[in-house]
Design a protein around this ligand. Sequence first.
Ligand code: GDG
Length: 474
Amino acid sequence: MNINERRLVVVSNRLPIVIGQDEDRWTIGPGSGGLVTALAPVCRARHGLWIGWPGCGEGPPLDELFATFGAEQGYRLSAVPLSEEEEDRYYRGFSNEALWPLFHDLLGHCSFVRENWETYLEVNRRFAQVVAGEAQDNDFIWIHDYQLSMVGAQLRQMGLDQPLGFFLHIPFPSPDLLRRLPWNRELLKALLQYDLIGFQTVRDRRNFVNGVLALIPDVQVERRGRQHTRMRVGGRTVKVGHFPISIDFAEFNDLAKSEEVSDAAWYLHENLEGRQVVLGVDRLDYTKGIPQRFLAFERTLEKYPELRRNITLLQVVVPSRTQVPDYQNLKELLDQIAGRINARFGEPAWIPIHYVFRCLDRVQLLAHYRAAEIALVTPLRDGMNLVAKEYCASSVEANGVLILSEFAGAADQLGKNALLVNPYDLDATADALFRASQMPAEERRRRMVLLRGQVRRYDVHRWVRSFMSTLDGG
Ligand code: GDG
């Protein structure tokens, strides 16, 4: 059966929803974040099913809310409930304090606890049970991200033989780093149970293949192609490919042009008194390099005093993983650094860093993208980074400059026309900021037109098609 005729079942840690309460009425709406932004349009187009943890306890009437959501959004939801202890060990403990930092090359943030690993296995088995309960013969089951790496292996054990795909949204570490994980072989063997394993970049794909060859005996590379590598494992063929995720370009482009966004962008700029706006937008996360970004901005003001009063850093930080201690510490650190820099350089009529700690609605987010002359996207390490692509898609006048970390997956595609920086190099980042602030209009335009063309051509729909056709093809 052709993959396109199959029903799409997406499995991810969190369902793509936000449940809230309006007086005594429960409400449900679509969530935010990289994965949701990318997959919701695909699920909608294919009338699919999305399975995941609803992110709440037993209070809300899920059946009723899911029916409302299905009618509004055009795809169905199915919940995997988790107890508080499971959430703590599987999600906070193993996913976010072991895999997340290890896979982002930040070994110092890792803690490897056996009980957390065991709960991770157990919760992955529970996800597999819910998937098995919902599965039909004609499904294509697409599992997402590091929280659910073992679900495919569990499904195989339960006897399911539908095509299984896995996509890792975050980077995959080098074999040297992977060796640090006490359960590295179990993890690799489980991943090899999928039919197709997708990574964001060539480098992640190469790290995985090299990790398998170094740690798992009796696996052969059958063929190394441009788009994917075929590996032979216990009589089966597993494809390992790279598929840079993207956004719905047309959706961003259209909304960015709307009157609502144009007006909001104009007001935002007026409030900052016409100064050049440098924008940062990130989830609160130590991988995003926000403290280093503040320090690079400080270095810019030291090194290029002519920019003082003429430039403002507008940093939006979306609250995230607030239960994890490293994230609480990060929030305090950011308050401290921004406060110190503003006290050092600020004047009655000029605040160097405007730092907002909340989630913006979509119109405001796009207004921020449109209002900013420069986007400063400088993660220490990032699977892809959709903010970089959204900024380009929203720069409808093609006059923005993108400064991008060389350690974001997005650098592979956008590096040629962005200004690439090493976020640990404060001087180089300061120089890039200065260069961006002085860049002549025609150079800004030339670069941004090419960036927009790149994001338009390789949009999220192409990402899905390319993943599926690789699974289907030879
Ligand atoms: C993971 C990987 C990979 C941000 N602030 C607001 C807001 N956002 C939305 C953005 C964007 C998303 O959140 C962030 O996506 P990123 O790609 O930057 O980062 P992660 O959340 O870490 O995502 C990443 C991604 O998965 C996809 O594979 O690119 O590397 O880490 O879409 O628009 N949305 C709203 N208000 C905000 O204030 N509404």
